[in-house]
Write a protein that binds this ligand. Sequence first.
Ligand SMILES: CC(C)(COP(=O)(O)OP(=O)(O)OC[C@H]1O[C@@H](n2cnc3c(N)ncnc32)[C@H](O)[C@@H]1O)[C@@H](O)C(=O)NCCC(=O)NCCS
Ligand SMILES: Nc1ncnc2c1ncn2[C@@H]1O[C@H](COP(=O)(O)OP(=O)(O)OP(=O)(O)O)[C@@H](O)[C@H]1O
Length: 195
Amino acid sequence: MRVLGLTGGMGMGKTTVAAFLSRAGFPVFDADATVRALQADHGKALPFIAQLVPESVSDGHLDRGALRRAVVQQPALLRQLEKIIHPMVWAERTQFLRRHRQQGARWVVLDIPLLFEAGAWRLCDYIVVVSASARIQAGRVALRRSITKAEARRLIARQMPDRQKRRRADRVIRTGGTVRQTIQQVQSLIRMMKQ
Ligand SMILES: CC(C)(COP(=O)(O)OP(=O)(O)OC[C@H]1O[C@@H](n2cnc3c(N)ncnc32)[C@H](O)[C@@H]1O)[C@@H](O)C(=O)NCCC(=O)NCCS
Ligand SMILES: Nc1ncnc2c1ncn2[C@@H]1O[C@H](COP(=O)(O)OP(=O)(O)OP(=O)(O)O)[C@@H](O)[C@H]1O
C-alpha cells in the first residue's frame, strides 16, 4: 500500500482536492474532520479541553469559536491543545492505515494540514502540496464567516510557509485558477496513481 500525503496552508484547497480523490475511490483520512469528531458533543477530547479552557465547554458541548479565540491569543495554550489532540489524531490515523492495509488498498490519502509540522510526512511515499498566492489564500479565508482575519493570520503564522512546503513536495497542485483547473491537475495525479 502506498501513502499519499496531502497538505497545504489554510484555505489553499486541500478539502476540494481530497473530496475529488475520495470520489475517485481512494480512502481519505481527513485530519480536520477527525479533530471535529474528537471535539463533538461528548467527544473523547472534551473532558481535557474543559480543563484547559473551561469557558469553552458547557454541558458536554464545545464552543469552537470560544476555543479558537482563546488559543490564537495564547500560543502556549494552542501548544497544550495540540498536545491533547495530536496523539488522539495519530491513534485514529494508525487505525485507518491498518484497516486499509488489511483490506489490500493500493493507495490511501492522508489529508493533514500540519503534515510537515507534526511529522506525518515520514509515513508518506508521495507528497502533494496545494498552493496559491498569499493574496488568494487571504481572500478565501476572508470569505469564511466564522473566523476573523486576525485569527486566520495567527494560525497561518504557525504553519510552515507555503514556499517551504512546495520545496518538499513531490507534486504541487496550483489552486489559484478555477476549480476546473484544479480538478484537471487532480486527474493527472490520479493517472499517475493508477499506473
Ligand atoms: C484551533 C481550532 C479550535 C479552530 O477550529 P475551527 O473550527 O475554527 O477550524 P478548523 O478546525 O476547521 O481548522 C481550520 C484550519 O485551521 C488551521 N489550523 C488548525 N489547527 C491549527 C494549528 N494547531 N496550527 C496551525 N494551523 C491550524 C488549519 O489550516 C486547518 O485546516 C481547531 O482547529 C483545533 O482544535 N486545532 C487544534 C488541533 C490541530 O492541531 N488541528 C490541525 C490538524 S491535526
Ligand atoms: N481553483 C480552486 N481550487 C480549489 N479551491 C478553490 C478554487 N477556487 C476557489 N476555491 C475555493 O476555495 C476554498 C478552498 O477551501 P478548502 O476548504 O478546499 O481549503 P483547505 O485547504 O481545506 O482549507 P483549511 O485548511 O482551512 O481546511 C473553497 O471554498 C473552494 O471552493
